[in-house]
Ligand binder design. Structure first.
Ligand code: SAH
Ligand code: SF4
Length: 369
């Protein structure tokens, strides 16, 4: 069986070449061809010995997931549906802005955590993406957007300046593959992004937050969404396992090594559920000892969600309460919602192995488990 070289970070590729009896610098050369040049053909790797190129083409491949659909929003946001085999597809979103380009990357086909307001969660879970499938999203987007030499645009130009692990899935529930992909994003022989420009968003898997801090401290965003445990238990069920006090302590520990001196708390604005003044005041107490910024996300609707988006006035008032106490608070602009590319709308295509979809259908139809 051939080995997919996109599955390796620098350490893994070095080991692979050592096992082949090759020198470690070969790993760097091949890494640069793959990730900096966007090359997937060993024959083109001209500074690699011909005998090695031939050997690699017999034993290895460079294969990213293939694209099934490419949708472009009227605001320029672009969404790709990528086939990851066996009827599963994931979504990757590129968000161009004046001075930066952000790629939103998926980490799992579906998600097992079942947050009440999230369309990915409602689909159930199929499997973790491999490292190749995670980094393959950046590899692919870089190529299509023309940042790599094989693309349509100018070679060498950095079009993707930031990566956020905010697509489908919970990145910290697929720890090893996500960390290998993060290593590649940061590696100077691959994408060379600074730690501040790579963000992992988590719903709050506390032990994995500690592991990330030790393995690969990148910028951290935490999906808070509620100001007390009773409400968060319902909205973000993983809270039943890792309640708010533990989550806040984990954020403080993370900041000891984080590339930024704050955590970003994401907070989805759900009308009449978590968006009242009392919630904002409760939040102020909750985060008192955690240097943080808030990013309010107007809820993005999807069929049968059962939630409504808070009004702009409500969101403004909520933000004001936080800001009056000195907490930098931004409201996320909704981007790409005409192509269902906005936060929480990513559904891809998931062959649910957790049978959650079935359970939900039964709930709605009044059936019992
Ligand atoms: N699983 C990770 C990362 C992916 S979700 C996490 O939960 O953090 C990226 C962000 O979008 C999270 O903050 C998530 O809670 C939020 N989100 C999910 N569904 C949403 C919706 N329908 N509208 C707005 N934001 C949503
Ligand atoms: Fe999973 Fe994040 Fe959606 Fe929750 S919000 S179900 S953790 S993808």
């Amino acid at each position: 069986m051939s080995v997919n070289l996109l599955d390796f970070d620098a350490a893994g590729l070095t080991q692979f070449f050592t096992e082949l009896g090759e020198k470690p610098f070969r790993a760097k050369q091949v890494l640069r061809w793959m990730h900096r040049e966007g090359c997937d053909d060993f024959a083109q790797m001209t500074d690699v010995a011909k005998s090695l190129r031939e050997r690699l083409s017999q034993t290895a491949t460079i294969s990213a997931p293939s694209m099934v659909r490419d949708s472009v929003s009227t605001d320029g946001t672009r969404k790709w549906l990528l086939d990851v085999g066996q009827s599963n597809a994931v979504e990757t979103v590129f968000i161009p802005e004046a001075r930066r380009g952000t790629l939103c990357v998926s980490s799992q086909a579906g998600c097992a955590l079942d947050c009440a307001f999230c369309s990915t969660g409602k689909q159930g879970f199929n499997r973790n993406l491999t490292t190749a499938e995670i980094i393959g999203q950046l590899w692919y987007a870089n190529r299509v957007l023309g940042a790599a030499n094989d693309g349509e645009g100018e070679p060498g130009e950095r079009i993707i300046t930031n990566v956020v692990m905010m697509g489908m899935g919970e990145p910290l529930a697929n720890f090893d593959n996500v960390v290998a992909a993060l290593n590649l994003m940061l590696d100077d022989h691959a994408y060379g992004l600074s730690r501040r420009r790579v963000t992992v968003s988590t719903s709050g898997i506390v032990p994995a937050m500690d592991r990330l801090r030790d393995a690969c401290p990148v910028a951290l965003a935490v999906s808070l969404h509620a100001s007390n445990d009773a409400l968060r238990d319902k909205l973000v069920p993983i809270n039943q396992k890792y309640p708010l006090a533990e989550l806040m302590a984990a954020c403080q520990r993370y900041l000891e090594k984080a590339p930024r001196d704050f955590v970003t708390f994401e907070y989805v604005m759900l009308e009449g559920v978590n968006d009242q003044d009392t919630h904002a005041y409760e939040l102020l107490k909750l985060v008192r000892d955690v240097p943080c910024k808030f990013n309010l996300i107007p809820f993005n609707p999807f069929p049968n969600s059962g939630f409504e988006r808070s009004s702009p006035e409500r969101i403004r008032r909520f933000a004001d309460i936080l800001m009056r106490e000195g907490i930098v608070t931004t409201t996320r602009k909704t981007r790409g919602d005409d192509v269902d590319a906005a936060c929480g709308q990513l559904a891809g295509q998931v062959k649910d192995k957790s049978r959650r979809t079935e359970r939900h259908v039964m709930q709605f139809s009044g059936g019992s488990q």
